[in-house]
Write a protein that binds this ligand. Structure first.
Ligand SMILES: Nc1ncnc2c1ncn2[C@@H]1O[C@H](COP(=O)(O)OP(=O)(O)OP(=O)(O)O)[C@@H](O)[C@H]1O
Length: 668
């Protein structure tokens, strides 16, 4: 910023007042005193010229005038001629004025003294005259000198007047210059005022700029802080990046090693590939032969599949023939082992005779003499006569198969498994578990909790699923559905339903599509596991109504029916079979069941016996029909036989597993 001259409120000592005319005259008159000062002023002026020019203080009056202006006026070139011009052309020469001479009036006074000499001289001696003359001569010389001086003075006066005139001219010039200077000063003052305004504006602007700059500085400081934070973050990022770079470098070096290893492996593999390519070429060269062979084999497979389908049909026929030869109705006898519970005083084991045995006064024993075919069972009983002699009776029973107490579930199932295959082949199969309460019917049908004791129902179901799966390769696809019914007092209950027992009326319908029971749940069974869950549901539904010997489950027939429908996608054949697994109600006698004195139990037992004898009649009639041809089969005599009509008639297979314990063999 440019430095402007400072305004002054008081006159600066370096400024001299402008000389007035009077002072100029006085100045001229006292030149001698100024002579020695002139040098100093010149020096001062020279010094002032060297100094930076200063402006007079505003309001100091027009009298204040810088000497420099006067000097410059004096130094200004002029066209004036004459002595003044000569003086003005250079620095003015100031001369010491002569001392003032005596005025001309003095000689006039002297002349008057000559004409009238002092009275003292007139009365004196010659000496005094001489002195007087001397004095006169002196006066004369003085007067001469005075005259000379007066002339000189006149000349001087003229000179001074000329000087005065010159000074007056100077004065006028200076006044003019002063006026010019004043107007210049006014201009300057105006300039100064405008400059002051401008300065003020600049100050305000400057202050605003300072403020803006301060704000900018603050924002810059904030930015700097933010940048510092960012820098810190960037540094930490950089550190992390450095770490990761070092890790990457380590990984890279590791990868480089791996790369080298891989390159080596690639080279080895390429060599291997080349070798394999050669092998491939060799193989390709023989592939056409192989393709031909494959086509031949494919045709052969098609032929074999056709053969297999035909064989399957043959197998079905043969299988059925075998089953028929074995007998469409078969009866097994299974004697369960003695249990610890049988050894209790109330047990029916031989060591503790049943009321019937005691009634007859005899003990029963069982033997299995047919060790090869297992078809015979011998029951012997001994009794004492009234005379005290012992009488022994022996009964021989023949069955399609006898299972001794030590027989396992899998051995029993071996005889049944072929019937499961018959179901898949489109035949109806009925397997009955018959016997007294506790003779092992449920054990045989449902089994125990271990794999070894798994019963016939789960095994048969698994077998059916397996057989269906095996036939898939021959184009057969099967669909399975299941239902579980209970017949109690000649009333049908749905064990898969939700309603109360004995309330809902279910009717049995026979039509072309098969047997159907109204309002019962038929569940799709996609896997053996779904059958297991179905059995669990059914068991949880079975009502517990205790009798003297067992529960309601023992006093009702339960019928599990698995319906199998299959279609052959290759041949378009279809078949429908069913597997009925029936756990019959206990076949105990009225007096042994304890039902004789109980009206409800009596009705229960009568219904059980009626339905069991109806089943016996139907089976017997079916057997006779096979031998003699047409015969009426009394299916309608019980709900059970009517329900199973389709599964007992025609080419159906029926198996009765008669369960027994030692004490009850005679009843079986
Ligand atoms: N072959 C066997 N091996 C071992 N235990 C058996 C056998 N048969 C039956 N049992 C056992 O005998 C008892 C009675 O069997 P189970 O309940 O099967 O008779 P049930 O004839 O079905 O009786 P209910 O008519 O009351 O149902 C059960 O504890 C069962 O485990």
């Amino acid at each position: 910023m440019s430095r402007l001259p400072r305004l002054r409120s008081s006159p600066d000592p370096s400024y001299l007042p402008a000389p007035s005319i009077a002072t100029t005259l006085a100045f001229s008159m006292s030149m001698s005193t100024l002579g020695h000062k002139r040098k100093a002023e010149d020096d001062l002026d020279a010094e002032a010229l060297d100094q930076p020019r200063k402006l007079p203080a505003i309001g100091n009056g027009a009298t204040a005038r810088p000497l420099a202006a006067s000097r410059s006026a004096l130094n200004r070139p002029t066209t004036t001629t004459g002595p003044a011009a000569k003086q003005l052309s250079g620095p003015q020469r100031l001369t010491r004025p002569e001392p003032p001479k005596l005025s001309t009036s003095v000689p006039r006074r002297t002349t008057r003294a000559t004409s009238a000499p002092p009275k003292q001289l007139g009365s004196g001696s010659g000496l005094q005259t001489k002195e007087f003359r001397d004095l006169q001569s002196q006066v004369a010389s003085i007067e001469t000198a005075q005259l000379a001086n007066a002339e000189k003075l006149a000349q001087t006066m003229d000179a001074e007047r000329a000087k005065v005139a010159e000074l007056e001219a100077n004065h006028r010039a200076l006044s003019l210059e002063l006026a010019n200077a004043k107007s210049l000063e006014l201009d300057k003052r105006r300039e100064l005022v405008s400059a002051s305004d401008e300065i003020e504006k600049l100050r305000i602007k400057h202050a605003r700029e300072i403020m803006e700059l301060e704000m900018e500085v603050k924002s810059k400081a904030r930015e700097a802080r933010e940048l510092a934070d960012e820098l810190r973050l960037a540094k930490s990022d950089l550190e992390r990046e450095r770490d990761s770079v070092s890790n990457l470098k380590a990984t890279l070096s590791h990868q480089s090693t791996s790369h080298i290893t891989l390159n080596a492996q690639i080279n080895a593999l390429q060599a291997q590939k080349a070798a394999m390519q050669m092998q491939l070429d060799a193989v390709m060269s023989t592939s056409s032969d192989r393709t031909l062979e494959l086509e031949t084999a494919y045709r052969r497979i098609l032929d074999l599949e056709q053969d297999a389908r035909e064989s399957e049909m043959v197998r079905r026929k043969l299988h059925n023939m075998v089953q028929e030869l074995k007998g469409n109705i078969r009866v097994f006898c299974r004697v369960r082992p003695v249990l610890t519970s049988d050894l209790s005083p109330s047990s029916s084991f031989t060591s503790s005779p049943t009321p019937d045995d005691e009634e007859k006064g005899r003990e029963a024993d069982i033997a299995f003499p047919d060790k090869r075919d297992h078809k015979e069972i011998v029951v012997s009983s001994s009794s004492s006569s009234a005379m005290g002699s012992e009488r022994k009776e022996i009964y021989n029973f023949g069955f399609d198969r006898v299972f001794a107490p030590e027989s396992t579930q899998s051995e029993v199932f071996e005889e049944i498994s072929l019937l499961a295959q018959s179901c898949v082949d489109g035949y109806n199969v009925c397997i009955f578990a018959y016997g007294q309460t506790g003779s092992g019917k449920s054990f045989t049908m449902e089994g125990g909790s271990t794999e070894a004791t798994t019963g016939m129902i789960p095994r048969a179901v698994s077998q059916v699923f397996k057989a269906a799966d095996d036939l898939k390769s021959k184009g057969w696809e099967y669909k399975m559905d299941g239902q579980f019914l209970e017949i109690y007092n000649e009333t049908i209950n749905d064990l898969l339903g939700k309603g109360e027992f004995d309330k809902k009326k279910h009717e049995i319908k026979h039509d072309k599509s098969g047997t159907r029971v109204t309002d019962v749940n038929v569940m799709p069974l996609p896997s053996p596991a779904s059958v297991t869950s179905l059995l669990r549901v059914a068991n949880s539904r079975r009502t517990v109504a205790a009798t003297l010997m067992n529960e309601r489950s023992s006093r009702s027939h339960s019928v599990f029916t698995l319906r199998i429908s299959g279609t052959n996608t290759h041949t378009g054949e279809s078949c429908e079979g069913s597997l009925n697994l029936v756990d019959l109600a206990g076949s105990e006698r009225l007096n042994s069941s304890g039902a004789a004195g109980d009206k409800d139990r009596l009705k229960e037992t009568q219904n059980i016996n009626k339905s069991l004898s109806a089943l016996g009649d139907v089976i017997a009639a079916l057997g006779e029909k096979g031998e003699k041809g047409e015969k009426h089969i009394p299916y309608r005599n019980s709900k059970l036989t009517y329900l199973l009509q389709n599964s007992l008639s025609g080419n159906s297979k029926t198996l009765v597993s008669a369960g027994s314990n030692y004490g009850d063999v005679s009843t079986t």
